[in-house]
Design a binder for this molecule. Structure first.
Ligand SMILES: Nc1ncnc2c1ncn2[C@@H]1O[C@H](COP(=O)(O)OS(=O)(=O)O)[C@@H](OP(=O)(O)O)[C@H]1O
Ligand SMILES: Nc1ncnc2c1ncn2[C@@H]1O[C@H](COP(=O)(O)OP(=O)(O)O)[C@@H](O)[C@H]1O
Length: 284
C-alpha cells in the first residue's frame, strides 16, 4: 500500500493506492500532487479529521443474547453462528468475472461515509453521472433512500444503525458481485461496522471515501433543517450532536475543504474516478 496525499489548488484530498497484483497500478498525472510515504502519514495536521464525538461504548448488540422469534422459538438454534443451518452455497457457471467481461469494468464498492450534510449523496450522484458518461454501470445505495424500503423498519438507535450498515454492506457486495460499481452513501458512523463491510469484499474492492467536512460547515448547510431540530433537542441522538461519528483511520480517499473553499462535487467525483482508473476498475 502506498499513501498519496493530493493537494490541488482547489481540492485537498488524500488516498491510498491498492497495489494488488491482480489490478496493477498505473501512473497518475491528472492532478498536481505530492507523494507521502505511509498510510498513517496520509493525515497531516491539516488533514485532521472531524472529531464530532468519540466512540460510543453502547452501540454494538450484545453477542450472547438469546433471541426469540415471533412464535416464541429460539432463533439461535436456527441461526447458529449468525448463519441459517442446513444451507449450502449453490454455484453457477456464470461468475463475476464473466459479468465483468460483459460490462468491461470491475465490480467494487465505493463506500462514502461522513456527517449528515457533508455531501455524500451529492458526491454519489456526481460520481454515478461521471461514470455513466464513461459507459460504466453504477448503482447508488443511499442511506436515506434505502430507509424508504428495505430498511424502513430501522430507527437511528445504535443497534438499528448497525443493522442498516450491515444490510447495505451485504447489498453493496451483491451489486459488486454483479459487476456493478456499487456506491454506498450513508453516514455509517461506526468504524467497526464499516470495517465489517470491508471484510465482505476481496482486498481492494472496498474503497472507503471519507467526506472530511467540519461539523460547523455541515451544520451551516443544514438543507433539511435537522441540525436545527437536533440543537433544539427536538431530534435525539443526531450524529455529530449527541450521537457519535468515528472518522475512518485509513480510508482510501479523504476529501476535504481547502481552507474555507469546498471543492465542487464534480471535482470530488473526478478524484474518485481517477482512483478507479488507476486501480484498474474501469476495465475488465
Ligand atoms: N438521528 C439522526 N442522526 C443522523 N441522521 C438522521 C437522524 N435522523 C434522521 N436522519 C436523516 O437520516 C439520514 C441518515 O441515514 P443513514 O442511513 O445514512 O444513517 S446511518 O448510517 O444509519 O447512521 C440523514 O441523511 P443525510 O443528511 O443524507 O446523511 C438524515 O437526513
Ligand atoms: N461539494 C460541495 N460544495 C458545496 N456544497 C455542497 C457540496 N456537496 C454538497 N453540497 C451541499 O450540501 C448539502 C448537503 O449535501 P448532501 O449531498 O445532501 O449531503 P449528505 O448526503 O452527506 O447529507 C446540500 O445542500 C448540497 O447542495
Amino acid at each position: 500500500m502506498i499513501a498519496k496525499n493530493y493537494n490541488c489548488c482547489f481540492l485537498n484530498c488524500s488516498f491510498i493506492d491498492s497495489s494488488s497484483p491482480k489490478l496493477g497500478v498505473s501512473s497518475f498525472n491528472s492532478f498536481d500532487c505530492r507523494l507521502i510515504c505511509s498510510r498513517g502519514a496520509a493525515r497531516s495536521g491539516f488533514l485532521k479529521p472531524v472529531k464530532a464525538m468519540e466512540s460510543s461504548k453502547t452501540f454494538h448488540i450484545e453477542a450472547n443474547k438469546t433471541h426469540q422469534d415471533v412464535s416464541g422459538g429460539n432463533l439461535d438454534k436456527k441461526f447458529a453462528n449468525g448463519m441459517a443451518e442446513n444451507v449450502v452455497w449453490h454455484k453457477c457457471s456464470v461468475q463475476k468475472i464473466d459479468r465483468q467481461e460483459l460490462l468491461q469494468q470491475k465490480g467494487c464498492v465505493i463506500w462514502i461515509t461522513g456527517l449528515s450534510g457533508s455531501g455524500k449523496s451529492t458526491l454519489a450522484c456526481a460520481l454515478a453521472r461521471g461514470l455513466h458518461m464513461r459507459g460504466k454501470l453504477t448503482y447508488i445505495l443511499d442511506g436515506d433512500n434505502v430507509r424508504h424500503g428495505l430498511n424502513k423498519d430501522l430507527t437511528f438507535k445504535a443497534e438499528d444503525r448497525v443493522e442498516n450498515i450491515r444490510r447495505i454492506g451485504e447489498v453493496a457486495k451483491l451489486f459488486a458481485d454483479a459487476g456493478v460499481i456499487s456506491i454506498a452513501s450513508l453516514i455509517s458512523p461506526y468504524r467497526k461496522d464499516r470495517d465489517a463491510c470491508r471484510a465482505l469484499l476481496q482486498e481492494g474492492d472496498f474503497i472507503e471515501v471519507f467526506m472530511d467536512i467540519p461539523l460547523q460547515v455541515c451544520e451551516a448547510r443544514d438543507p433539511k433543517g435537522l441540525y436545527k431540530l437536533a440543537r433544539a433537542g427536538k431530534i435525539k441522538g443526531f450524529t455529530g450532536i449527541d450521537d457519535p461519528y468515528e472518522p475512518p483511520l485509513k480510508s482510501e480517499i479523504v476529501l476535504q475543504q481547502m481552507g474555507e473553499i469546498c471543492p465542487s462535487p464534480s471535482d470530488m467525483a473526478d478524484v474518485v474516478i481517477s482512483y478507479l482508473e488507476r486501480n484498474g476498475y474501469l476495465q475488465a
